[in-house]
Design a binder for this molecule. Structure first.
Ligand code: ZN
Length: 159
């Protein structure tokens, strides 16, 4: 009897899947920051991808596709961004470049370290067709080794 019950559950799940197949949307956002470091609010671009996806319920992943850039969520407030810059420079100062073992023919060891502490990606719940943020939450691209074209992946799954 118990086994029949489990099969019943699976049957119902399969039926729901058939009725509303999972959708998937993938897009790369490209950025070319004219400075070595910058924080960009990319929330409008991510919201545009969510609208394009047509997904109403699901999950939205946003990740930097480079190991010297971050995607993170925080407040859209310039004082805080200046504080991040100062704090990251204390933790992993850019110069002198020679202080880092990584900098043999490269000068971006500080960017790798800053990227690691600020994070690779964020995942935001999608509810009723909107990014389901907490108060003041916005999505930022953190560039730590700019002056070239780099990209962010947006992947949205749901129904
Ligand atoms: Zn490097």
């Amino acid at each position: 009897m118990k086994r029949a019950g489990i099969d019943g559950e699976l049957g119902r799940a399969a039926h729901l899947n058939h009725a509303r197949p999972m959708k998937s949307h993938r897009q790369e956002l490209w950025f070319e920051v004219p400075t070595r470091r910058a924080f960009l609010n990319i929330t409008p671009q991510v919201e545009a991808e969510l609208r394009a996806s047509g997904i109403r319920e699901g999950l939205c992943l946003v990740n930097a596709m480079h190991i010297s850039a971050s995607v993170f969520i925080n407040d859209n407030e310039t004082g805080l961004h200046a504080d991040f810059e100062k704090w990251l420079e204390k933790l992993a100062p850019e110069k002198p470049h020679s202080q880092y073992a990584h900098n043999h023919g490269e000068d971006n060891a500080d960017a790798h370290l800053k990227r690691t502490i600020m994070g690779r990606e964020v995942v935001v719940a999608v509810t009723e067709g909107e990014l389901d943020f907490g108060p003041w939450e916005q999505i930022f691209y953190g560039e730590f080794d700019g002056l070239r074209r780099k990209r962010v992946l947006v992947k949205i799954i749901g129904e």
